[in-house]
Ligand binder design. Structure first.
Ligand code: UDP
Ligand code: MG
Length: 340
């Protein structure tokens, strides 16, 4: 008997705490977002399992299949046959990394919830250290990257810049060089699930939630196999989400620049007018004037662009569509179903 017979769930919110939290005895939930990771999936599972087994407490591995097209889904469906601790959420299409994590958090029922990438860039063995910290009373234990191995210089530099710019711009204390590899306490997980915003920058949201937070350090290994699912376009999208969700500085910047340049251009017009009236060098003035016009126009476009970023997200919230659509979910306990 499997959950496939149950109707697909169309809502982003599993009705508060019943279907999602079927099993109350789970101590640790591990969430693994998966997008076209067929090449690594089995190795990832084996390593995660090895680590979790050493803990000697009940755990679940929730694989969130974010619309993979490469056979990851079939692999997971096979895996679930022999692995009682594995659970799978299948999205109807690709919704994105941050949303996959968010979905996992909704279905996780552990006292501690761990988020880890599927590509083994985050070493599963570090989970032991995270749990030790959690036992000391920290509600959030994030993993801080000391070194990034096997990534292009572009990726390293863009990441370096991104984390620093974000830190400078936001009022929330988002730690630098920290990805989504982390452990959060049940309390924090519940807070995440109560935040219904659509453009989700999970690490910012966790930082925003507060509680006692600490970090453990690690070396980020190269991808085990396959290639990054974060091309430039997605990286830009993630940073735009981060900035607009946690900072109003871009808006203020546009406003200040706008007012400053309005004053400057007003002065410029007076000067140009004086030149036209008092001297006979009108031709050279025109050239300069043309250049300045283009400059101002482009600034206005920048300001409108920044505004648009925010408006688009307001629009997103206003439509209030579900965060994701599930095709099916496997391995989650149903009241009458004896699985697990
Ligand atoms: N991922 C996902 N949906 C996406 C893109 C990525 O679930 O749309 C997953 C991916 O399978 C991996 C994690 O998010 O487990 C991080 O992606 P990736 O390793 O490609 O990012 P990078 O490490 O290069 O920043
Ligand atoms: Mg990766």
């Amino acid at each position: 008997t499997s959950d496939r017979n149950h109707p697909p769930q169309l809502s982003a919110q599993p009705s508060s705490g019943q279907s999602a939290r079927g099993r109350m005895d789970v101590r640790y939930s591990v969430i693994v977002p998966v997008y076209n990771e067929a090449e690594v999936l089995m190795v990832t599972h084996a390593r995660l399992k090895a680590v979790m087994e050493t803990l000697g407490e009940a755990y679940e591995l929730i694989f969130v299949n974010d619309g993979s097209l490469d056979g990851s889904r079939e692999l997971l469906e096979r895996l679930i046959q022999d692995e009682p601790n594995v659970k799978v959420l299948n999205f109807s299409r690709n919704f994105g990394h941050q949303i996959a994590i968010s979905a996992g958090m909704e279905y996780a029922c552990g006292d501690a919830v761990i988020v880890i990438d599927a590509d083994l860039q985050d070493p599963p063995e570090l989970i032991i250290e995270m749990i030790a910290r959690w036992r000391q009373g920290y509600e959030v234990v994030y993993a801080k990257r000391l070194v990034r191995r096997g990534e292009t210089w572009f990726k390293r530099w863009s990441a370096l810049l991104f984390y620093r710019a974000l830190r400078w711009m936001t009022d929330v204390d988002i730690p630098v060089d920290v990805g989504d590899f982390r452990l959060i306490d049940r309390k924090v997980c519940d807070v995440m699930n109560s935040l219904r915003e659509k453009s989700r920058f999970v690490r910012g949201m966790v930082a925003w939630a507060g509680f006692r937070q600490t970090g453990v350090e690690y070396v980020r290994e190269p991808r085990y196999a396959g290639e990054t699912k974060y091309p430039l376009k997605r990286m830009l999208r993630l940073s735009a989400d981060a900035m607009t969700s946690f900072s109003e500085k871009p808006l203020k910047f546009a406003m200040y620049m706008g007012s400053l340049l309005t004053l400057a251009s007003a002065a410029f017009i007076l000067i140009a007018l004086g030149m036209v009236l008092l001297t006979n060098h009108a031709g050279s003035g025109m050239l300069l004037f043309g250049g300045i016009c283009v400059f101002f126009n482009s600034l206005v476009l920048v300001a409108i662009g920044i505004l648009g970023q925010y408006v688009a997200r307001v629009h997103d919230e206003a439509r209030d569509r579900p965060l994701y659509i599930l095709d099916d979910r496997l391995g989650f306990e149903q009241p009458v179903d004896g699985r697990g």
